[in-house]
Structure formats: C-alpha cells, structure tokens
Design a protein around this ligand. Sequence first.
Ligand SMILES: [Fe+2]
Length: 368
Amino acid sequence: MGYDFSFYMPVNILGGKNALEKNKNIFSSLGQRCLVVTGKSSAEKSGALGDIKKIFDELGIEYEIFNKITENPLTTDCLAGGKAARDMKADFVVGIGGGSPLDAAKAVCVYAANPHIVDDGIYTQSVVHTPLPLVLIGTTAGTGSEVSGVSVLTRTNGRKQSVSGKNYYAEYAVADSKYTYSVPYNTTVSTALDALCHAVESMFSPRADFLSQRFSLMSSKMLFPIIEKMIKENVLPDEAERDTLYNASLYAGFALNKGGTGFPHGMGYALTEDYNVPHGKACAVFLPAYLQEAKKANPSLYNSLFREMGTDFNSLKALIEKFCTFDFSVSEDKAREYEKRWETLKNFKNSPTDFNNHDAYDLIKHIF
Ligand SMILES: [Fe+2]
C-alpha cells in the first residue's frame, strides 16, 4: 500500500466553539425556507435547536420543525420528511442530532427532490434530481455522520441497511462539541465506542489507505484514554474530554468514509434490530474478535494501534466486556438464522481476513 492515498471530503466543516453563530451567514446563502429535521428531544436539550431558531428569526428565514425521527430511522419517516419539505417549499434542510436524525436528514433531502422515490425505493431507484442542500449539526460524539456520505436507515421489513454516495453528503457540517455536553452516561460511552469501532474497523479494511489509517490512529489515540476512564471510574467526561471525543469522532468519520465498516457493524445491526441494543454497544461487543483477525492480517499495523492507544488487547477486551453486558441470550435457531442471513453480508468482504458467516455463528454462540 505504501504511502498512496486519496481523500474526498466535499463537506464544508465549520468547527469550534460557537461555530453556528460565527457562521450564520451560510444560511442566507442557502435560501429563505428550511425544514429542520430532528429526533424527539436531543436537539432541544443540546441547545442546538434553540440556537438555530434564534438565528433563523434574526435572518428572517421561515422554518418548520420535523421532529418525527426515531432511533434507527425508518425509510417511511424520511419519506414523510421529504414530503413535508416539498409541501413547505423548503430551499434547504438542517439536521440536528445524533446519528439517527443526521442520517435521516440526508434521506429527507433525497426524497424531497425526487418524488418518484417512495419507501425502500431509496435503495434501488436512481436519484434523478439533486437533493436539497443540507446542513448537519451533531449532538453526539460518535456517529461521524456529519462528514460521511452514508445514511443508515431501517427498511420497511425492519432490517437496517445503508445507502451511500455523492447524494448523501451534507453541504455544511457545523461541528461544535458544546452540543454534546448534556448527553447522559450510557449514550456517551456507547457513542464513543461507536467512534472507536469506526476508527478500528476502517483501519484494517481492504479499502483503507495511508491517510485514512493516520486518521484512524489519531482518533483511537484520542478516544481510548477517555473511554477507559469513563468505564473504569463510571464517570462522565469533563468538557475538555467531550471536546476531544467529538473531534475524534469526526476523524474516525474521515477514516470511515474511506475504509467503511467491517463485521462488527454488520453483526451489530442484528443486535439492534432484534434486541434493541444501542448501536455503539452492539458493534463494540464484536470489536475484540475483529482485532484478533486484524492481528493475523496486519500485525505491524495492529501493534501501531495499541501503541497509539497506550493499552493492550486484554485490557481493551476487559473494558468492552465491563460495559457491554446483556440481559438476553441468542437462541440456537436465531444464531442459525443469522448464519444464513449473513451468507452475503458485505461487511465480511470489507474485513481484513476471510472471517465468514460460519465464524460469525460461532462468535455469536460464544458471546451470547
Ligand atoms: Fe457506527
């Protein structure tokens, strides 16, 4: 692989304290009418929704708030958001929240401009018209959705599936970590683990390159000590640590954008769909197994990762096991169902070894 790299990042990222207020002129350039896409409460609690309303009132921008996005957003809700944007003749969309509202807002922009696409058609039908311009404001430190061209939605059959490409990038990401300060403990740890999974999974992906691996290393180095402290001492991060977590989640997003996710994400989706396990926790439980494969495939990169994080495999595994406890077991029938379903799971091909659906069955049986 050497030092070859390519880096595509079409999102204009405006980061730092009070970035929204400092950059409010972007909104006037996008138009006069905006649909704001959020979940039920996090946009409000974070302070970001209040800040946006104030700016829009000041600039004379008309807006409507579409707050129907749930965790693991449904294609049907995104379609409804698209219709709401069309009905109000929105010029642009603002998405505020964690991964779910941000991913949903991307889909809303596609649906809004492409009325021929309905429900799960977003996975199969062509995007004929350019999606509405989108501004994303993150309120959790984990998803990296602000800087990725990926949207993970839940299909009408209840399965999570991603859709990606140039139509799924925001025009702007406003990255101010102060909006993450009110996130409670379990979500903070779970989303930080999601970011660590993004950094590590993408690092050993066959699609990774020299630069994306540097982002992975930098992100992991920033994330690990804070994750360790949060889990070991059962404490929330302070504001400076929140700032570090948020920036690390963006760097992991850069790496993810290049390398994509491996089998922890592919397998984790099933735990979220069937047992309602939060996304980060659902992926992290498979991370130690992924690291064992990574070690076989690229021991020197594996050693660099642990050197940067300042820990070793057993300590990381113990930490993940301390946080990732579950109150259910996976039946033999269910594990066999997964084994069958995962015959064609793309995340296996995007992992560093030939780990396959039969190995995944063994792993599920071992953990649950
Ligand atoms: Fe993730």
